[in-house]
Design a protein around this ligand. Structure first.
Ligand code: PBG
Ligand code: ZN
Length: 343
């Protein structure tokens, strides 16, 4: 008498069996490591809410990039903390902008490492929004208004089409500086088409676009805004980033970005949106990225520091879930940690 007939535990007996039948194998080969570049020399300033993540001057960013490459991680994504901010986001597209400087030097010093440029304006705008702000209430200056005054829905507007020109300029200046991949994260409508057009016009028709296609307005971006000094001075990003309740709309966003010429698509954040990753994988046959964002990283670091969870185990499990859901490219602050473990 044999009961039960099916015994899934037969294949879980020991690590050799488990390894043999494993469906998802984590590897740093699809990882992208974010770098935050700041002015100065010899600067290596830890982000308070992101242990192990630093604001790095260009010389230090080069060292970091070297380490990343030597660990078998193929790519870094660059974010910038400019010397100064204004309402044109000049620092985003200036030829000697901080990210452009970093890209030029890293390209030279660490050949073979893929440079990804995050294209957005929030880090470079004095108001911290991802596009041009127009106030719609009278007798109020945007710069001087308090958060409370400005948080009303019809007191300011993020201008879509006007912002596209700056985004396109930014993408072109990043391509000139040597970026291998352009990754717009602003969530303005039509930005992929505008960027594709501008890149092609300047002879960069072979530079691919990774679109942050389904980017949700999320509380999980908190630590990043400290790292990149990019929190909006008033209001929030809900009029351009997606509502977290919407899966079908995420598919529309992806579809539009692909129609506009995106070569790869991204879902962000990752773990709270695994269903979105999974549905995108099922529907679209393009490389699919997921961004395990700052808050996802900070939560694991904080709980592990308290010995409430096992750092390495939870880190690997979180990344495995993202890969299992269907992402083949993962942007993660854990990239170096994982590469060291999997070595
Ligand atoms: C800029 C940008 C953000 C992130 C990546 N690019 C922040 C935001 O939209 O406020 C978040 C990354 C993270 O939290 O790790 N648009
Ligand atoms: Zn932004």
């Amino acid at each position: 008498m044999s009961f039960p007939i099916s015994r899934p535990r037969r294949l879980r007996k020991n690590e050799a069996f488990r390894s043999l039948v494993r469906e998802t194998r984590l590897s740093p080969a699809g990882f992208v490591y974010p770098l935050f570049v700041c002015p100065g020399e010899g600067v290596r300033k830890e982000v308070r809410s992101m242990p192990g993540v630093f604001n790095l001057s260009v010389d230090e960013a080069v060292k970091e990039a070297q380490e990343v490459k030597s660990l078998g991680i193929p790519s870094v994504i660059l974010f910038g903390l400019p010397e100064s901010k204004d309402e044109q986001a000049t620092g985003a597209w200036a030829e000697d902008g901080i990210v452009q400087q970093a890209a030029r030097v890293i390209k030279r010093e660490v050949p073979g490492l893929l440079l990804m440029g995050d294209v957005c304006l929030c880090e470079y705008m004095s108001h911290g929004h991802c596009g041009i702000v127009q106030k719609t209430a009278t007798n109020r200056s945007v710069g001087a208004a308090s958060t409370a005054q400005m948080s009303g829905v019809d007191e300011y507007e993020i201008l879509n089409d006007e912002s596209l020109d700056i985004l396109a300029k930014t993408a072109v200046s990043q391509a000139r500086a040597g970026m291998d991949i352009i990754a717009p994260s602003d969530m303005m409508d039509g930005r992929v088409a505008a960027i594709r057009d501008a890149l092609d016009d300047e002879g960069f028709e072979n530079i691919p676009i990774l679109a942050y296609a389904a980017k949700f307005a999320s509380g999980f971006y908190g630590p990043f805004r400290e790292a990149a000094d990019s929190a909006p001075a008033f209001g929030d990003r809900r009029s351009y980033q997606m509502d977290g309740a919407n899966l079908r709309e995420a598919m529309i966003e992806i579809e539009l970005d692909l129609e506009e010429g995106a070569d790869m698509i991204m879902v962000k954040p990752a773990m709270p949106y695994l269903d979105v990753i999974s549905e995108a994988r099922r529907r679209y046959d393009v490389p699919l990225a997921a961004y395990q964002v700052s808050g996802e990283y900070a939560m694991i670091k904080a709980a592990a520091q308290n010995n409430w969870i096992d750092h390495d185990r939870v880190m690997l499990e979180s990344l495995q879930s993202i890969q299992r859901a269907g992402a083949s490219i993962i942007l993660t602050y854990f990239a170096k940690d994982v590469a060291k473990i999997l070595g």
